[in-house]
Design a binder for this molecule. Structure first.
Ligand code: HEM
Length: 468
């Protein structure tokens, strides 16, 4: 099977227009933004800390900015209305942009990186197991796994929250979607994912891909990590085929039954995609959520009170999805607020495939367009005192409905919206409530380490006190 790292972008996808180079762009059509003459310096500061860089641009120049990176035109659109235009109303005028070409080197043509005419077909095939109504079985597996992991905390004084959450969410996704105990792969996946997530972001600017096949160790390691992950995904599929469990109705079972419509390579790429998108994001949210709660005693206590009210916890049984959704307003507000300030997917880069007009601004075909959860979620107009972690804002009557479209989009929007939104919310609520019921955590607030996801830096050590 050809490996994602060396496979080219499929010819059946729409042609990407030529980028707009600095020399071809008239100065009088520039939006506010930094001086194009300093674009080399901008590329360096952009890569050093991208969320901080684009937030600074928004603060200085407003909701519509233009700048040049690697000599190419980039347009940042940060107002909710513009976000809605790019991700929903005019989504068909864009394809996924910088970063996604690098991501394709690891995930191949899975749902996160593929394009039409493949995307919608795959989405339809993969959607049923993720519907609200079909999640009870998964919630039951999640409950057993959270219990198994947290039971081990009882004999410990300290845990490393970040790796714990990565291992737990990886096992959840593997068991729920592939019917597999991921234990034997946890270390290998974590190690190779760490390298991949770093390189996808660090090397996302156009032009850096020319080093991919050079002997430079930094790039070489990217290829090795990508190949290792592909080998693991292939092994998962082969083991499943050998076990004769191909008719089971989890996601891998569904895909294996459709082998007449979807190639083994595509199935491998979907497995890779679900491994990455299905655990890394939720694990980061959990590490951030517990870290914010360490600083916010009031909400930590409110969460504990909510956990004490859960009858399913008294009865030592898994809840239904509905019980979780209806019975945990505090946990939900904490998660919304965590993903407002530390959105695991913090940027949605796109490329315009045709000329479009958004909020009166002409975006030429070939321009790179950036919308960013990290920036738009910090708009003081919709989130007063935006730097403050305050789950209370989500509890105000009608707050969420009063937000304009595009103001909050932690799970994206439009046809590329997150497939695993309800799955992620179910496991995140479950982890919050089950931990809050039995443990008190305390630890230092981590620094961010923004990469392809918005990660906390380091292992996020926390002391554990058993309270129940
Ligand atoms: C808190 C956790 C999560 C967050 C915040 C999140 C966020 C997102 C966002 C923002 C996108 C859209 C990216 C873009 O438009 O450029 C996305 C896409 C996607 N996510 Fe998630 N995600 C999470 C968890 C999950 C889980 C648990 C799964 C699977 C089990 C998953 C599977 C996917 C897939 C397959 C896509 C691509 C969908 C498509 O293009 O059709 N995600 N996610």
């Amino acid at each position: 099977m050809a490996k994602p790292f060396t496979s080219p972008r499929p010819a059946e996808y729409a042609q990407i227009p030529k980028p707009i180079f600095k020399k071809d762009w008239f100065t009088d059509s520039l939006l506010p933004g930094p001086n194009p003459k300093l674009s080399d310096l901008q590329s360096i500061t952009f890569l050093a800390n991208t969320p901080k860089y684009i937030l600074k641009l928004q603060r200085k120049y407003g909701d519509h900015v233009s700048f040049f990176l690697s000599n190419r035109l980039f347009i940042g659109l940060f107002s909710p209305a513009a976000v809605h235009e790019v991700t929903v109303a005019q989504q068909h005028s864009f394809v996924k942009g910088v970063g996604f070409a690098r991501m394709r080197k690891v995930l191949g043509e899975g749902l996160l990186t593929n394009e039409e005419p493949v995307h919608l077909n795959h989405r339809r095939m993969m959607q049923p197991p993720f519907h609200h109504g079909n999640l009870d079985g998964y919630v039951s597996l999640m409950f057993d796994l959270v219990e198994k992991y947290t039971e081990e905390w009882r004999s410990k004084d300290e845990i490393e929250l970040a790796p714990e959450m990565m291992a737990l969410t990886l096992e959840i996704v593997s068991r729920c979607l592939f019917g597999l105990d991921s234990h034997q792969y946890t270390k290998a996946i974590a190690h190779n994912m760490e390298i991949a997530i770093d390189r996808i972001e660090r090397t996302m600017l156009p032009g850096l891909e020319k080093f991919d096949h050079s002997p430079i160790s930094y790039f070489k390691k990217f290829e090795v990590a990508s190949d290792n992950l592909a080998d693991i995904a292939e092994e998962i599929i082969n083991k499943r085929i050998e076990s004769n469990l191909t008719t089971s109705d989890d996601l891998l079972g569904i895909m294996l039954q459709m082998q007449d419509q979807v190639s083994t390579e595509h199935i491998r790429d979907e497995v890779l995609t679900l491994i990455l998108s299905g655990h890394e994001t939720t694990a980061n949210v959990m590490s951030w959520a517990f870290s914010y709660l360490n600083k916010n005693q009031k909400f930590r206590e409110l969460l504990r009170q909510e956990a004490l009210k859960q009858s399913w916890l008294d009865e030592k049984r898994a809840p239904t999805y509905k019980e979780l959704e209806d019975g945990s307003p505090i946990a939900t507000a904490i998660l919304n607020e965590t993903m407002r300030l530390a959105p695991p997917v913090w940027i949605a880069p796109r490329i315009a495939t045709k000329d479009v007009v958004i909020e009166g601004i002409k975006i030429p075909a070939g321009a790179h367009v950036l919308v960013s959860q990290y920036v738009t979620h910090r708009n003081p107009r919709y989130f007063p005192e935006p730097k403050i972690f305050d789950p209370n804002r989500w509890l105000a009557p009608n707050f969420e409905n009063s937000l304009p479209k595009g103001a909050y989009f932690a799970f994206g929007a439009g046809s590329r919206k997150c497939l695993g939104e309800y799955f992620a919310l179910a496991e995140a609520r479950l982890i919050l409530l089950m931990v809050a019921r039995s443990f008190e955590l305390s630890g230092k607030f981590p620094k961010p380490q923004p990469r392809a996801t918005y990660r906390p830096k380091g292992k996020v050590k926390n002391r554990v006190k058993v309270i129940n």
